[in-house]
Design a protein around this ligand. Structure first.
Ligand code: DON
Length: 307
């Protein structure tokens, strides 16, 4: 496969969609990002990386971090034999927006899945218990796995998330009232805001997400996850990774994927490669418009969806 040629064609196809949608404006630090940006990168399972456009420009990973927090918790839970996290968070699509409160009361403080905000807060809470410093342990993992030692938190993003964090605080307090948090709410939401604020490029994310395409093996060949655990993360990405648009996304793209309101989306082709696309204009569900168009075209051109 000539990845570079495919990416050029995908970028040309996605170009008319760039600037469509709305750049996230719930915090000033995200609102300032130019809607013109578009980048896409592919990292194959052997570590070769290809990219087009703004593929080396860092952006706010936001909810893409939820994939890595889940992987780190599963990796540290006794090789996956401890199903503890799955007693505290489900694995069904929610059909509701990523920051919704409505299902939590009816479902006794157990979030539907780890990729909506409530579920991600539970995962971060578990990572905090396991590591003593959830966000820093994630940053260190991402630096190592991407091979980019310069990865960092964006303090202005983390600060403004906290300033506008009432909804996430409400979700966390509500779950705490059901006994579904192990750490104090302020610490859980702080680590969650820090992990969302990490800045990475398409290149960094495609490389760091390689273990999902390598059935759990890290870049250095060591094992992060059992193959069945990597399969499970990919499955939850497919069914829940793009929120209440997961059905539409599977219909169009047909790959495990995780989006973030910074405009990034990572997608996995198990056994072959990990992709990351970035363009800040979002649809009403919080997914990048040009990013989804690009991934749609990628699987159409290559025939490499999981279906
Ligand atoms: O917690 C929040 O609402 C944001 N920091 C992240 C949300 C997000 O990226 C959802 N994605 N589409």
């Amino acid at each position: 496969m000539d990845y570079q040629a495919v990416l050029e064609e995908v970028a040309a196809h996605a170009r008319p969609y760039v600037r469509q949608g709305r750049v996230a404006d719930y915090i000033p630090a995200l609102e300032r990002v130019s809607a013109d940006r578009f980048g896409i990168a592919v990292a194959d399972i052997h570590g070769e990386v290809y990219g087009v456009g703004d593929w080396e420009v860092p952006f706010s990973v936001q909810s893409i971090s939820k994939t890595f927090s889940l992987a780190l918790v599963m990796a540290q839970s006794h090789g996956g034999h401890d199903d503890g996290i799955w007693r505290r968070v489900g694995r069904e699509p929610s059909g509701t927006p990523f920051n919704s409160l409505v299902q939590l009361e009816a479902e006794n403080g157990i979030p539907r899945n780890p990729f909506i905000n409530a579920g991600a807060l539970v995962v971060t809470d578990r990572l905090q218990t396991l590591t003593g410093d959830a966000s820093t342990s994630m940053l260190h993992f991402l630096r190592e796995e991407s091979g980019n030692p310069d990865l960092a938190f964006d303090q202005s993003v983390a600060d403004s998330e906290a300033e506008h964090g009432d909804r996430n605080a409400a979700l966390a307090h509500f779950m705490a009232s059901f006994g579904n948090l192990e750490n104090p709410v302020p610490s859980v939401i702080e680590h969650y805001f820090w992990q969302c604020s990490i800045e990475m490029s398409c290149r960094d994310l495609a490389v760091a997400g390689g273990f999902l395409a390598r059935h759990g093996l890290r870049a250095d060949g060591s094992r992060l996850l059992e193959a069945r655990e990597a399969k499970r993360i990919n499955a939850v990405m497919l069914t829940c990774g793009t929120y209440d648009a997961a059905g539409e996304f599977a219909y169009r793209v047909g790959l495990p994927a995780k989006s973030g309101v910074g405009g990034g989306i990572i997608a996995v082709i198990p056994g072959r490669c990990t992709l990351c696309v970035w363009s800040p204009g979002l649809d009403a569900r919080g997914n990048s418009v040009a990013g989804a168009a690009a991934l749609d075209h990628f699987t159409t051109l290559t025939g490499w969806s999981v279906f």
